[in-house]
Design a binder for this molecule. Structure first.
Ligand SMILES: Nc1nc2c(ncn2[C@@H]2O[C@H](COP(=O)(O)OP(=O)(O)OP(=O)(O)O)[C@@H](O)[C@H]2O)c(=O)[nH]1
Ligand SMILES: [Mg+2]
Ligand SMILES: [Zn+2]
Length: 385
C-alpha cells in the first residue's frame, strides 16, 4: 500500500490492520483514474527516508532502468546502504533491442555501479512489466536470508513495479502504487510477506530521487508516453553525409559537419520523431516547425528544458586550444552518445566532426558502443522502413 499520508516515523506497518488502510487520496486517483501529479522528494527528504537503511541493514535491491543506466545511478548511495548487501536489479529488459541479451550486459553493469563506490553482491535482469526474471529474483531474495528487503533507485526506474512482482510471487498481489510520472512514491513504505519456506520478510519501497538531468524528469504525461519506450527499441539507422543534421524530437540535434559518409544509429522510443535535414535547415525546423515536425516536447514542456548548449563531437581530439573544453570523443570501435532519459545515438567510429545541441540540464555521457552492430533483422527492418 502506498502511504505518503502515513506520518509515523517508521516505515514498518505497526499492525496487520495498518496494511488494510485505504489508499491515500493521491494514490487512489493514480490507480483508479490514471491521474498523475508530479511531486518531488527533496534531497534532504530523500536522505532521511533512505538513511534508515543504515540502522536496519538488510538486502538492498538497487533498481536500475536498463535503458538509462547512467540516469539510474543514485548519487551518494554508498553512504546510505551501510552494511546491507546490494543486489543490482536491472529492470525494463523488455525494451532492449532484440540483438542484446541482458546477461551480456552483466560486466558492464558491474563496472558502472562499482565506479560509484558500490560493489554489487549480485546482478539480476528483470522486466517487471513482462514478469521476466522475477522467479529468479524471488528465489535469490529468499536464499540471501535477510529479513528486510529494500527497493532503492532513481525515480521511475520501476522500484514499486518490481516489488509488486516480488510480493505477488509471495502471494500478496499488488501492494505499491506505480505510475508513468516520476515521483510517485513519496515515503518509504513497507509490507510483510511470507515466503514459500515460511520466512516472514519485510519488503520496503522507497521514494525515487529526481535530479532533473534526465529528459523524462520534467515532461508532462503525454510527452512521457512518446519518449519512454514501452516496447522493444529498434535500431533506427540513418545514412548521413557531412552537411546533414538529425533532430531527436525537439530534444537534441546532431550536426554532421565534416567526415566520411556513415551510418548513425538512434536507439530511442519508436514513437519519437527522428528527423533528418540539411544542416542549414536545422534551426529553422526548430524555430518554425517544431510542433508540426518534431512534435515533442510539447510547447509547455519545452519551456521547462534549459537553453541548448553546443558540444563538439569528434573522432579526433581537437587541437591544443580546445583542450579542456567540453567535447565528446568518438572511439575507433564506435561510441554511444547517451542522452539521459531519451536513449542513445551510436557513431560508428569513422571520421566524424560535428556538434551535439542539447538542453543544458540534460546529462550526456559516452560509452563504448553497447550494441555490436545492426543485426540482419534490424537491417531488413531498416530497408523496409
Ligand atoms: N517497459 C517497462 N516499463 C516498466 C517496467 N517496470 C516499470 N515500468 C514502468 O515504469 C514507470 C515507473 O514505474 P514505477 O514502478 O512507478 O517506478 P518507481 O521507481 O517506483 O517510481 P517512483 O515511485 O516515482 O520513484 C511506470 O510507467 C511503469 O509501468 C518494465 O519492466 N518495463
Ligand atoms: Mg515508486
Ligand atoms: Zn509535454
Amino acid at each position: 500500500m502506498q502511504s505518503e499520508h502515513k506520518d509515523a516515523p517508521g516505515y514498518v506497518p505497526s499492525s496487520a490492520a495498518a496494511l488494510d488502510e485505504p489508499l491515500c487520496r493521491r494514490c487512489f486517483r493514480i490507480r483508479n483514474y490514471g491521474e498523475f501529479s508530479r511531486v518531488e522528494v527533496s534531497s534532504d527528504e530523500y536522505a532521511a527516508e533512505v538513511a534508515r537503511i543504515v540502522n536496519n541493514p538488510g538486502l538492498v535491491l538497487y533498481v536500475m532502468d536498463v535503458w538509462d543506466m547512467s540516469g539510474s545511478l543514485v548519487p551518494g548511495l554508498a553512504q546510505y546502504v551501510g552494511g546491507s548487501k546490494v543486489v543490482v536489479v536491472v529492470n525494463k529488459t523488455d525494451v532492449l533491442p532484440p540483438e542484446v541479451a541482458p546477461e551480456s550486459l552483466r560486466s558492464w553493469v558491474i563496472s558502472v555501479v562499482k565506479a560509484t563506490g558500490i560493489t554489487p553482491f549480485d546482478v539480476v535482469f528483470v522486466s517487471a512489466k513482462r514478469s521476466l526474471g522475477i522467479e529468479e529474483l524471488a528465489s535469490k531474495v529468499e536464499s540471501y536470508g535477510e529479513n528486510i528487503v529494500y527497493a532503492v533507485g532513481m525515480a521511475n526506474v520501476g522500484k514499486s513495479s518490481v516489488l509488486n512482482e516480488l510480493t505477488s510471487r509471495f502471494g500478496q498481489g499488488t501492494v505499491f502504487t506505480a505510475s508513468r510520472v516520476p515521483g510517485t512514491t513519496l515515503r518509504a513504505v513497507g509490507t510483510r510477506v511470507k515466503t514459500p519456506f515460511g520466512k516472514t520478510l519485510l519488503v520496503v519501497d522507497t521514494p525515487g530521487l529526481i535530479h532533473g538531468n534526465r529528459v523524462t524528469d520534467s515532461l508532462c504525461a503525454d510527452c512521457l508516453k512518446t519518449v519512454v519506450p514501452d516496447e522493444r527499441i529498434k535500431a533506427r539507422v540513418y545514412q548521413l553525409d557531412p552537411g546533414q543534421s538529425l533532430w531527436l524530437g525537439a530534444f537534441a540535434r546532431l550536426d554532421f559537419e565534416a567526415g566520411n559518409h556513415q551510418s548513425v544509429v538512434c536507439y530511442v522510443s519508436s514513437r519519437l520523431v527522428v528527423h533528418r535535414t540539411k544542416l542549414e535547415r536545422a534551426e529553422v525546423i526548430y524555430n518554425e516547425r517544431a510542433d508540426e515536425i518534431l512534435q515533442v516536447p510539447c510547447r509547455k514542456c519545452r519551456t521547462k528544458l534549459k537553453d541548448f548548449v553546443d558540444v563538439p563531437v569528434t573522432s579526433q581530439r581537437r587541437t591544443a586550444n580546445r583542450l579542456g573544453a567540453r567535447e565528446f570523443v568518438v572511439q575507433a570501435g564506435g561510441t554511444d552518445l547517451v542522452l539521459a532519459g531519451l536513449g542513445w545515438i551510436t557513431l560508428a567510429g569513422t571520421f566524424f566532426r560535428g556538434t551535439l545541441w542539447i538542453p543544458d540540464n540534460i546529462h550526456v555521457s559516452t560509452r563504448r558502443k553497447l550494441i555490436g552492430g545492426v543485426s540482419a533483422r534490424g537491417r531488413r527492418d531498416m530497408r523496409r522502413g
